[in-house]
Design a binder for this molecule. Structure first.
Ligand SMILES: [Zn+2]
Length: 378
């Protein structure tokens, strides 16, 4: 982001004015840069009908229209705030982008004549939880709609306020263990349950946990079988807070063990949550190829996603393991090397530094940690 003359802000190919009282968050530039690449990768040239449910200054809608290679056709920007509507209108004109700015709640918009025929791209980027927007987003979706959802209520999804998580997401979070991936999967689970009521299954393209927010892109696939298949990806995680053993079990009703099979401690649990894939590997490769400006942070994060995409759900936090084993810190790459030598798959994860994903168990990880701790790697 660059501050231009007056109050003008330059970001990507857009130049906007965000007067006082109109929502614009400069800290989300990385998120918007990545979103542009996802939409280009998924929808370039398709000229779909697009709506930004929480338009604010119009920055996202304008960037999507200017930077996504013809992905966006007819464009709608919705906001309840009259100052935002005014700012969005003048920002569209300033950027030479055609769009319809509608002063309305998203719920009223979704039931209006504007929404007839549905949308191929729906952007939900609110302050706080996206839950109040999900039903209306599903109402105006169709087969193949790309839903782009931001959640900034990470404290809720990551377990700092379990009652709020229960109320908003009907799910139990886990804190502090693996809380970022658990939180993202609770959000995906909520989207899957809502979409299923409208006869859609989910295909997640990219699931991002970054700083204080989650950003999730899912494709809607229409049909009862697709919806049921998505619901079958829901389940629970049982986690031992004492020895870090964990088990995840798919199924809305399932036989989740109550006690840790390794140490006998009572399991903590989280869920219901999404236990299916978080990313689409082909999509991630396309995004890396499209990142011509070589945004280093995007390259780093999406490359990590590409590695974790092939791995099982959840991860092992090495600092907790070494602390419990009372040994010195070990490097994640050394632990991964030991695991691979023993025939396991292993990768880092974008959810948490100093953590690894593997198809091995906690026993296998502890053995690798001990071995890595004794060796000097060059
Ligand atoms: Zn245990």
């Amino acid at each position: 982001m660059e501050r231009g003359a007056g109050n003008l802000i330059a970001e990507g190919k857009a130049e906007i004015n965000a007067p006082k009282g109109v929502f614009f968050n400069p800290e989300m530039e990385f998120c918007r840069d990545l979103s542009v690449l996802v939409i280009r990768a998924a929808l370039a040239g398709k000229a779909i009908r697009a709506v930004d449910a929480t338009a604010g200054s119009g920055i996202r809608a304008i960037r999507y229209a200017k930077e996504c290679e013809g992905a966006v056709g007819e464009l709608f920007l919705v906001d309840l705030n009259p100052s935002a509507v005014k700012a969005a209108e003048s920002n569209l004109a300033r950027n030479n982008v055609k769009g319809n700015v509608v002063e309305s709640s998203f719920a009223r918009f979704a039931n209006s004549a504007y929404a007839k025929g549905g949308f191929g791209l729906i952007e939900i980027d609110p302050f706080g939880t996206p839950v109040p927007f999900l039903y209306d987003a599903c109402r105006i979706s169709r087969d193949g709609t790309l839903l782009s959802v931001t959640a900034t209520d990470t404290a809720v999804l990551c377990g700092a306020h379990p009652k709020a998580c229960l109320k908003n997401y009907q799910a139990k979070p886990l804190n502090p263990f693996m809380c970022h991936e658990v939180g993202a999967r609770i959000l995906l689970g909520k989207i899957a349950r809502t979409a299923s009521e409208f006869n859609y299954g989910l295909k997640p393209l990219l699931t991002l946990s970054h700083r204080h927010y989650f950003k999730i892109f899912v494709l809607f696939e229409e049909g009862a079988e697709k919806a049921v298949a998505s619901i079958k990806e829901l389940g629970y995680l049982a986690h031992c807070n004492k020895c870090f053993n964990s088990v995840s079990v798919k199924g809305v009703a399932n036989n989740l063990p109550t006690k840790c099979g390794r140490c006998g401690e009572q399991f903590e649990y989280a869920g219901p949550l999404w236990l299916g894939k978080l990313h689409d590997g082909e999509m991630l490769k396309k995004i890396i190829a499209l990142n011509e400006r070589r945004n280093a942070e995007i390259d780093k994060v999406v490359s990590l996603m590409l590695e974790e995409e092939r791995m099982p759900a959840f991860y092992f936090e090495l600092h907790r393991i070494t602390e419990r084993l009372k040994i010195n810190a070990v490097s994640p790459s050394a632990v991964m090397l030991e695991l691979k030598r023993n025939g396991f798959a292993a990768s880092p994860t974008h959810f948490q530094t100093n953590s690894i994903k593997t198809d091995g168990t906690i026993r296998d990880v502890e053995a690798a940690v001990r071995k890595a701790g004794k060796k000097t790697y060059k």
